[in-house]
Write a protein that binds this ligand. Structure first.
Ligand code: NAD
Length: 332
């Protein structure tokens, strides 16, 4: 039966079953870097849970995956408390849902909205801190509040500058990823050594960064694109597009495809372009990210407990979509 025919008690039971499945998937994905299901299976179970919790708000629990970010922090690493929480991101899976996000923003905002549209790099979020131009600390997102100190591993990545072009003190964020070529080499080597191959470049990157031996991380040929400035004390930018320019000027690797779009027709053109050419890129992407370009408006829109209200990911359909039969995760 459909969700609106459920009693609250039935909804609570179904939600608990979904939370249990999602917790198992997340533990495998975030903590062990070895997913047990494809992303779309996770996403569909997550959406079912979101729907149940939307219809029956009383069944939401504090530990529901809809209320928290990421996974656990691995023992063995020094813990880092983020100055500003590292959040997750809302996502949509169809052009109609993306248009609804845009409509909602435009209805709730007095000023004109333009978007900075970026590729959604399939890696893991990293946070870098520089003191007067010198790299001092790098961390994973972890559970959003507490991450893992992976400074030594990040020092082995050529795309991460140890010294900036200006002696600024700045905190920045971006995505660490394993280029497709490095991933292919790594899995070939692992199979030759009788080791299990990594499921995908994202998990390979996460597994490589969370190694206690920096030599292993070094051998994995990781790269990174930076896309967020957390602290603007020493630099000037009023839009996300300007922030990307500042990051590039400071010596960070910045993805060159970002485009400012005035409306959804322009956004759709960006999506069409990269949905058809994603295989030609040297790194994996799993969608695009729409960000309100004006940083003051971003701050005004703010965040929920889990996601910023000023950005959304449009996820590409899974590549094998045609052959995938939706699994029913829960039944009453
Ligand atoms: P997410 O990875 O879908 O989106 C948020 C992240 O996008 C950010 O933290 C950042 O790291 C990244 N990102 C990449 N490019 C970006 C850009 N240009 N600008 C800003 N951010 C950018 O969200 P999440 O909360 O980390 O994870 C949820 C997703 O993880 C799910 O949708 C699912 O697909 C996957 N997942 C899969 C499993 C599984 O078992 N297969 C388990 C858990 C989660």
């Amino acid at each position: 039966k459909s969700i609106d025919q459920y009693t609250q008690e039935e909804a609570a039971i179904a939600a608990q079953a979904l939370r249990q499945s999602l917790a198992t998937y997340s533990d495998a994905y975030y903590t062990k870097d070895a997913p047990v299901v494809e992303d779309h299976v996770y996403d569909e179970a997550y959406q079912d849970l979101e729907q149940l919790e939307a219809v029956f708000p009383a069944i939401v629990t504090n530990d529901s995956p809809t209320q928290k970010v990421g996974g656990d922090v691995l023992p063995g690493f020094k813990k880092v408390t983020h100055t500003v929480p590292m959040l997750s991101m809302g996502d949509v899976f169809s052009p109609e849902e993306l248009a609804a996000f845009d409509d909602r923003l435009r209805r709730n905002t007095a000023q004109a909205i333009e978007y900075n549209v970026e590729l959604k790099i399939d890696g893991l979020a990293i946070d870098l801190i520089y003191d007067q131009g010198q790299f001092v600390r790098g961390a994973t997102r972890g559970n959003g509040t507490i991450g893992e100190d992976i400074t030594q591993n990040l020092k082995t990545i050529k795309a991460i500058p140890m010294t900036l072009t200006k002696p600024v003190s700045i905190e920045v964020r971006g995505e660490c990823f394993m280029p497709k070529a490095s991933f292919a080499d790594l899995n070939q080597q692992r199979e030759a050594d009788g080791l299990a191959p990594f499921a995908n470049p994202r998990n390979a990157a996460a597994g490589s960064l969370r190694q206690l031996d920096a030599k292993v991380a070094e051998s994995r040929n990781l790269s990174a694109f930076m896309y967020t400035i957390v602290t603007f004390d020493d630099v000037q930018a009023t839009t996300q597009a300007q922030a990307l320019t500042v990051l590039a000027e400071l010596g960070f690797n910045v993805n060159p495809t970002a485009t400012v779009c005035q409306d959804m027709t322009e956004v759709q053109a960006f999506i069409d372009r990269y949905q058809t050419t994603r295989d030609d890129l040297a790194y994996g992407i799993d969608g695009i990210v729409l960000k309100v370009n004006d940083l003051a408006l971003q701050r005004q829109l703010g965040n929920t407990v889990k996601i910023p209200r000023w950005e959304i990911a449009y996820k590409f359909p899974p590549e094998e979509a045609a052959t995938v039969v939706r699994e029913i995760e829960w039944t009453i």
